[in-house]
Design a protein around this ligand. Structure first.
Ligand SMILES: [Zn+2]
Length: 128
């Protein structure tokens, strides 16, 4: 690695810290180019190391033509999907807590069924 690249990386890491302080969110998606975590600021996603905006799409067909070339290395997870997953996991946890306290057989049946369905949904989302 040249000194220039090391410098660029150091600046990038500093920019990540600054962006987080300014209210940006660290995503669990890595930049396809440099592999550092991406930052979400005001609904836009940036790589502070590469110093550019990064586009994440669920589907290649959603991508503007000029970006299709670069897509090959793009992460497939969208931040939106992660939010949905988080919500479902939260619901499963809520239901699990209710199930723990439930004594009525009908209620236990309904809760188990609901948890099972949510788990299936989660599994399907991960397989996509
Ligand atoms: Zn990058």
């Amino acid at each position: 690695m040249s000194n220039d690249e090391t410098k660029k990386e150091e600046d990038g890491i500093k920019s990540i810290a600054d962006a987080l302080k300014a209210g940006g969110a660290l995503l669990n998606v890595a930049c396809p180019i440099c592999n550092y975590p991406l930052i979400k600021v005001d609904e836009k996603i940036y790589c502070k190391i590469c110093n550019q905006e990064v586009y994440i799409y669920r589907d290649e067909s959603e991508l503007p033509k000029e970006y299709k070339q670069a897509l090959k290395q793009k992460p497939k997870i969208s931040s939106e999907e992660t939010e949905v997953e988080k919500t479902i996991k939260g619901k499963i946890e809520d239901l699990r807590k209710k199930l723990e306290k439930a004594v009525d057989p009908d209620e236990i049946g309904k809760l188990s069924e609901a948890i099972g369905k949510l788990n299936q949904t989660l599994k399907r989302m991960k397989e996509e």
